[in-house]
Design a binder for this molecule. Structure first.
Ligand code: MET
Ligand SMILES: [Zn+2]
Length: 770
């Protein structure tokens, strides 16, 4: 029997982040549009070649993107908001302006980017399209067709990937002032899809993968079923194409029954996260429809248990009795996996290497599974090797630390409580800290300049000695603190120059983590992160930030400097986490390590300590039925990390990247003294939550977006600040940016923060005269 082997998508960046370098060179004016296009084409060709070489019988195309696939889909459908229309609307300038904003005095353009949002519960971010009343749609890009032709010309069996029309609209938001909802516009959008798919059919495509990831969410069938029927009814009119309808990241659940009846030719099942669907799927999916079995986890880095997955695959194959094709695939796109394990040989030890599988290796796993069914016995050696590696991991003595397990198990409730309620703490902290009304602060990081990166790289290579490097960091910190002091900021930060990344830094100091050399995954646009791998019980062998914090505070005799830590949920969420114990338990172990650090910082004289939890929202399960359990343990571990201090120590936390309204109640129960929270990009959506739920502690909603190089004016931030004062009592309101400043340059940071201080100073003045 022949069985197709494929994946839903491949990482875009390249083995050495070539795409990042290309795109950034283009932005900097150092590469032409032509060079960007050519470099990208070469990268795609390389990626298809390696997929074919490792045994895939069909490769996905148009999973590639310069920036983001949702932006691509919107752009292709002509969903370009008014403010970008002054640019060449079909060109790359408008595309990148939507992605990252554009401030160019020479051409008189100053436009912010689209809003950025987490892609489901991953650490990838997409750009949120805006749909206006009377929105017009027009096929504006042939990217999908071009890339299909490219792959076809190279001789690959290629399957174009498009974001489905219902998900595209469901992931969009109404343009400012619009009274219609994006989904109201489905009928207008569908002709664009029909036209595009017609072109694909004409180019010779057979199967098209239509991603409708919203099918993994709780959907009201009365609303969504008709929309899907309308959409796929229209797509079915395109002669000659077959559609593989995909969703991933969770079970289809209730949506399965009607999704299986849509006029498509195959359904993809995420059998890693949605395995609960399988029985129902085998009963419900009509016998003439293909099943794409997502058996290899696209989101984690552990080797698959091939024996177990093979049993699942055999069950599907047997149940289908050869009526319709069964494919072996990844659970979701491999966008969320690092590229290849090859650079790790010689970097990671042999034992650990044997436990891991990145995108290239996952492709081999897919191919092995397919071969094991198509040609039993042909891959016995690979299956045996897989089983041996799994056994090595189960038995390794490096994984378990009994003292950590016991400490976590032995805690009582007092380990999760501050010593007094907020109101009492606030009074003590006010007396101790003596901050002005509307205190100003930043979120932690300052520009990671070329100089900072160079010094770090040289230190890592051994070209710069440890003492010299530490001296360099001290100098940067001192300059940064002096600048903040002069600029009139009230609560200072050390700038985080010693950190590449807010999770990596802590992982490097903790036991139970390993680091890859090139295990990059795309976070947004050209930005990649290299998540640590948590393989064993976590513990803190020594203090991690105390020296730096003590030094930083010594540079600022009069103003408090914040100790800066990353919270347990975020460390968990932005790492590749072991899959052999519940995530909550791993998070509890990290919380204990952070708790010890918080207590040590306090003992070193640090009076304000920020524990960042930007990822707390993204960890929320996709299905509402699973929310409560997650929120309970994630609030618990944050409290475990932060409640070891006395009442005078002010605990801050910080959130960004998401809409927090849904979890606002949980945020309140974190019991932090101050929260700083991203706000400026989502048009003060936060205010709705404040109005609905109230907020008794101190809060600093971000006054400007830090993802874009544009400098916010005093007027712009003052207007936001004034709006906030209607909802937050003046004595609880802070002024700060949306997030850390490490991706920005100093010139824009200086101007933006001076403007921000001016806003707070003016507000203090008006409060004094009111
Ligand atoms: C993504 S949240 C970042 C918080 C961190 N303290 C910083 O300022 O960079
Ligand atoms: Zn942030």
């Amino acid at each position: 029997m022949s069985i197709k082997s494929t994946i839903l998508g491949f990482p875009r960046m390249g083995s050495d982040r070539q795409l990042k370098k290309l795109v950034e060179a283009f932005w900097a004016g150092k590469a032409t549009e032509q060079e960007l296009a050519e470099g990208s084409r070469a990268l795609r060709a390389e990626h298809w070649a390696l997929q074919a070489a490792r045994g895939l019988t069909e490769v996905p195309v148009s999973d590639f993107s310069y920036y983001d696939h949702v932006l691509d889909a919107a752009f292709a459908a002509g969903i370009v908001p008014e403010r970008y229309q002054q640019l060449d609307a079909a060109g790359v300038q408008a595309y990148f302006a939507m992605a990252r904003g554009l401030q160019d005095k020479a051409i008189g353009v100053d436009v912010p980017s689209l809003e950025m949002k987490k892609w489901f519960d991953t650490n990838y971010h997409y750009m949120v399209p805006e749909i206006a009343d009377g929105q017009r749609f027009a096929l504006s890009s042939t990217k999908v067709v071009d890339e299909y032709n490219e792959a076809k010309a190279l001789g690959y069996a290629a399957r174009p990937v498009v974001l489905g029309p219902v998900s595209l609209l469901a992931l969009s938001k109404p343009a400012k002032g619009a009274s219609s909802k994006p989904l109201d516009h489905l009928a207008g959008l569908l002709p664009v899809y029909v036209e595009l798919l017609g072109k694909l059919a004409a180019a010779g495509a057979e199967w098209v993968q239509v991603d409708e990831p919203i099918l993994a969410l709780d959907l009201d069938a009365a609303v969504y079923r008709p929309l899907f029927e309308q959409a796929y009814g229209a797509l079915a009119q395109v002669a000659g194409l077959k559609y593989l309808l995909t969703s991933y990241f969770d079970r289809l659940g209730d949506n399965l029954a009607w999704a299986a009846a849509l006029p498509v030719h195959g359904l993809h099942l995420d059998l890693v996260r949605g395995g609960a669907d399988l029985d129902a799927a085998l009963e419900t999916i009509p016998a003439d429809k293909a099943i794409s079995a997502g058996l290899i986890n696209g989101r984690n880095i552990w080797k698959a248990d091939l024996g177990k997955q093979l049993a699942v695959l055999r069950r599907i194959v047997d149940a289908r009795k050869g009526a319709a094709p069964v494919w072996v695939s990844s659970s979701c796109s491999l966008l969320h996996s690092p590229h290849s394990l090859r650079p790790e040989a010689g970097h990671l030890d042999e034992e650990t290497l044997g436990w891991l599988s990145f995108a290239e290796e996952k492709i081999e796993e897919v191919a092995v599974l397919a071969a094991a069914v198509a040609n039993p016995g042909s891959v016995q050696a690979q299956l045996d090797d897989n089983a041996a590696k799994a056994a090595s991991r189960r038995q390794s003595a490096r994984i378990t630390r009994p003292e950590v397990q016991q400490r976590l198990a032995g805690l009582d409730r007092s380990a999760y409580e501050r010593k007094a309620p907020f109101a009492q703490r606030q009074a003590v902290q006010r007396a101790a800290l003596q901050l002005p009304l509307f205190p100003t602060t930043t979120i932690g990081s300052f520009p990671q300049t070329a100089e900072v990166r160079k010094a770090r790289a040289q230190f890592r290579k051994g070209a710069l000695g440890k003492d010299e490097y530490l001296k360099f960091l001290d100098d940067e910190t001192r300059k940064c603190i002096e600048w903040q002091d002069q600029a009139g900021l009230d609560v200072l930060v050390h700038g985080e120059f010693e950190r590449t990344d807010m999770v990596e830094f802590f992982g490097e100091h903790l036991e139970g983590f390993v680091f890859t050399k090139k295990g990059w995954v795309q976070s947004y646009g050209s930005r990649c992160v290299k998540p640590p791998v948590i393989y064993g019980d976590v513990s803190r062998p020594h203090a991690m930030t105390v020296d730096v914090a003590r030094f930083a505070q010594s540079c600022s005799p009069n103003k408090p400097v914040k100790g800066m830590l990353t919270g347990p949920v975020t460390i968990l969420q932005w790492s590749f986490v072991r899959d052999d114990q519940p995530r909550s338990k791993t998070a509890g172990q990290i919380a204990l390590a952070i708790r010890d650090e918080v207590v040590d910082l306090e003992a070193a004289g640090i009076r304000v300590i920020q524990v960042d939890e930007p990822a707390i929202r993204e960890g929320l399960p996709l299905r509402k039925a699973d929310y409560a359990a997650y929120l309970e343990w994630s609030v618990d571990v944050f409290r475990l990390a932060t409640t070891g201090v006395g009442n005078a120590t002010q605990i801050h936390t910080h959130f960004c990247y998401s809409d927090f309204n849904e979890i606002f109640t949980a945020i309140k129960s974190l019991d932090a003294d101050v929260i700083t929270i991203e706000n400026s990009k989502s048009d003060l959506k936060l205010l709705g939550a404040l109005e609905a739920h109230g907020y008794a502690a101190e809060i600093g909603p971000g006054l400007y977006d830090i993802h874009s190089p544009r400098v916010p004016s005093v007027e712009e931030m003052a207007a936001r600040f004034a709006a906030l004062q209607k909802y937050i009592p003046a004595e609880n309101l802070w002024a700060n940016p949306d997030c850390g400043l490490k991706t920005r340059g100093w010139p824009e940071v200086r101007q933006a923060l001076e403007n921000l201080v001016a806003v707070a100073v003016a507000a203090r003045r008006s409060a004094a005269t009111a």
